[in-house]
Design a protein around this ligand. Structure first.
Ligand SMILES: [Zn+2]
Length: 257
């Protein structure tokens, strides 16, 4: 099922690649690769781009999609994207509370932390509500997911993640998020479930610079939906191509300013 979030997520990944290649110094790149304990700088580059795109995953949940576009000044293309999405969601039976209904709320970054490890290689059974598994190979997935959108030095508490998990909407929404994660992975050129082989971060504090880059990538990726960027008729290639172009231009503008 098409989701309008895909364009902004893929674009955030594309922006991270541009920042990595054109803005970061060799020393900064090496520092990020070290923070990730990546097998190579190239692995760190791809994973950084993938995670920048995936960082918006929490928006693909009932509390955030019910109000999709509400209160925003949408262009005619944006209005169309909203109508297309709602129609598809309804038709495919995606559980969606009616507009205005009370919805269990959670911050998108907490929802992302609750669901991302499961989509990036942790398939351990017996852990519920976004609980961290005990597999040492998967430890880095949780460190990376918890470091996304981290505000300052606040560590994300397990209770917060468990509460956020209750706002994720269930299996039908899991499928929506899995498709979004796969779209970002496809754009970047990696297999989302291969993350445990590519990175092994252990210390969230060493991902602070990365967290700032994620915010920057998201900031520079915004504005596509309101410019007619998102359409359910776009192919993956068209979405990727436009994301690359948008990212190039956004980073060029930033460098000139
Ligand atoms: Zn696991």
């Amino acid at each position: 099922m098409w989701n309008p979030l895909v364009a902004e997520m893929v674009t955030a990944g594309a922006v991270m690649l541009e920042l990595w290649d054109r803005v970061l110094s060799p020393r900064q790149r090496a520092g990020l690769a070290e923070g990730f304990a990546a097998e190579s700088e190239q692995s760190a580059r791809l994973v950084a781009a993938f995670l920048a795109g995936a960082s918006r995953l929490g928006h693909a949940s009932p509390p955030h999609m019910v109000a999709f576009g509400a209160g925003q000044q949408l262009s005619p293309a944006g209005e169309k994207a909203r109508a297309d999405w709602q129609e598809q969601a309804l038709r495919s039976g995606l559980p969606l509370p009616p507009a205005g209904a009370r919805v269990r709320h959670a911050a998108p970054e907490h929802i992302a932390a609750a669901v991302l490890p499961r989509l990036t290689g942790c398939d351990c059974t017996g852990y519920v509500d976004g609980e961290r598994c005990r597999d040492r190979e998967h430890h880095g997935l949780y460190v990376a997911a918890y470091a996304l959108n981290r505000h300052g030095a606040d560590a994300l508490h397990a209770d917060t993640v468990a509460r956020a998990y209750r706002a994720t909407g269930g299996p039908a929404w899991d499928a929506v998020r899995a498709a979004l994660v796969d779209a970002v992975a496809h754009h970047v050129g990696l297999d989302a479930r291969s993350l445990p082989r590519l990175i092994r971060p252990t210390d969230p504090a060493r991902l602070t610079a990365f967290g700032r880059l994620v915010s920057q990538s998201n900031g520079l990726s915004q504005g596509d939906a309101s410019h007619g960027f998102a359409s359910p008729h776009d192919t993956r290639e068209a979405v990727s191509e436009r994301a690359r172009l948008h990212a190039q231009q956004a980073v060029s503008r930033m460098l000139v300013a």
